[in-house]
Structures are given as C-alpha cells and as structure tokens.
Design a protein around this ligand. Structure first.
Ligand code: APR
Length: 244
C-alpha cells in the first residue's frame, strides 16, 4: 500500500481553529502501561471475548464479568496519561480538536483534552442494567454484585459489549463529517462500526495514521502513515502542526 510522506502531505488548508478529528484506540494508552486488545500480548489472547465482553457473558456469569472489569479499572486508575495524550490535549490551544476514542480509559480527560466522545463506554462509570441512561461514577475501582441503580437493578460496567449497539455512533459520524484533518492513532481498525468512521471523511481531507504496525485498510494514496509509537508520532505531528 502506498502512503504519502508527512512532508509531502498537503496541509495547506489547515490553519488555526481548523477542526482536527482524532480517532484513538488502545495503542495510544499502551505506553501508559495499558495492554492493547489484539496481537501477541493483547488482552484477548488471555481472555475469551464471549466469556467477559458480551451481554450473554453478563447473564451467564456476572461475577466473572465484574471481576474482569474491576481488574481493568484498577489498571486504568493507576495509569498516567503519556506524552501522546498530553500533546493531543495541547493542540486544543490552537485547533478545534475533537477526540473520538474507542478507549474506555479516562487518560484523554486526565491529560486535559476538552472534547472527547467515548464510543465504547467509560470504565470508571457504571450503568443501570435496566436503563442505559442511568450512568453513575464508580468510587474506587470495584463494582460488586449487589451494587444497584436507583430502580434497584444491578449496576453493570458502562461498557459497550460485543453485539451491542454503539449509542454514540451517529454523533461520531456527524463529528467526522466536520473534519478538516483526521488523525488515527493506535487502532487496528478491526472493530466495527468504529473502523468505518475512517470512510466518513471527504476525499479531499488529509488523513494521518500513527501506529507502529500498518493497519489493514484500503486507504487512499494521499493518506500519510507514520510508523511510530504514539508518543514519538505525536511529537512529530505536534511539531508539524505548530508550524502551520
Ligand atoms: N503507539 C501507537 N500504536 C500502538 C502502540 C503504541 N505504543 N502499541 C500498539 N499500537 C497499535 C497496534 O499496532 C494496533 O494497531 O495499536 C493498535 C491496537 O489495536 P487493538 O488492540 O485492536 O485496539 P483497538 O483498535 O483500540 O480495538 C478496538 O476492540 O476489543 C475491542 O472494545 C475494544 O475498543 C476496543 C476495540
């Protein structure tokens, strides 16, 4: 697959207050010590998706599901935003940045980004198992069997599981349509519908991918691929964008 180099990429239309949409995935939090999902050391190598991340798993063994997410939550709470999260947050000063993240961690928030849409939920929150609009912050890292919502129903992790609708997807499409530049950082683009967002940008919109591995996608040749980890890739990008 052919990509354009960053130097050759036409960013002529990008100026202060341009809308930069940033689609992030697990890779951006990898350098904060949070495992990605796929690949050799990925989370799904050691856990069967159907046992812990589906509505069926919740019905069959809610205790196991809660334990799985309690462990993930503890890791997130102990993690810190890395330079990639921080440099993205700094871009808010000069551009109109909209982050659309598949991540359930809160590292973009803690780095200081303002506009963040979580496509797959937020691990630091719980929600009612009978009313998806009843969402609560979790104090501490543990959600237990017996923790109930205002209707007296069991609370579940505020996570979009495999096989569930992605409630924020329409909003994500609308936001993507407004992009002047799309950055894609640390996602294998294997999970739909999130992966299909990359097809929502206009053909004339520059797209930059930061990932040590080339994602499997049919890109257009005017897209730019930076084969680096998120922190290094963001250093290069933020230097470039600061010169715009
Ligand atoms: N910097 C940038 N990218 C990295 C880094 C790093 N330090 N380390 C790994 N990556 C890249 C990998 O090469 C891969 O392309 O991050 C990507 C991670 O891919 P996945 O593990 O598939 O994560 P993601 O794309 O976010 O998964 C999407 O799948 O299981 C679901 O709901 C879960 O939101 C998740 C969705």
């Amino acid at each position: 697959m052919k990509f354009t180099s960053l130097d050759a990429l036409d960013l002529g239309g990008i100026s202060s207050k341009s809308r930069i949409t940033v689609l992030t995935g697990a890779g951006i939090s990898q350098e904060s010590g949070i495992a990605t999902f796929r690949g050799a050391k990925g989370l799904w190598e050691n856990h069967a998706i159907e046992d812990v991340a589906t509505p069926q798993a919740w019905v069959k063994n809610p205790e196991l599901v809660l334990r799985f997410y309690n462990e993930r939550r503890a890791q997130v709470i102990n993690a810190r935003p890395n330079l990639a999260h921080k440099l993205l947050a700094q871009l808010d000063n000069d551009y109109d940045v909209q982050i659309i993240t598949q991540n359930v961690d809160d590292l973009h928030e803690r780095a200081g980004s303002h506009n963040i849409l979580h496509l797959h939920g937020e691990i630091v929150k719980a929600r009612s198992s009978v009313n998806e609009n009843l969402i609560y912050p979790i104090s501490g890292s543990v959600l237990n069997l017996g923790d109930k919502c205002a209707h007296g129903a069991q609370l579940r992790p505020h996570i979009v599981w495999f096989g569930e609708m992605v409630p924020e997807f329409e909003k994500a499409i609308a936001l993507t349509h407004q992009s002047d530049l799309l950055l894609i950082i640390g996602t294998s683009l294997q999970v739909y519908p999130a992966a299909s967002l990359v097809k929502e940008v206009g053909l004339e919109i520059p797209v930059i991918i930061v990932d040590p591995e080339m994602p499997r996608l049919n890109s257009w040749t005017h897209w730019c691929f930076i084969p680096k980890k998120a922190t290094e890739g963001m250093e290069i990008l933020s230097a470039k964008l600061m010169r715009q």
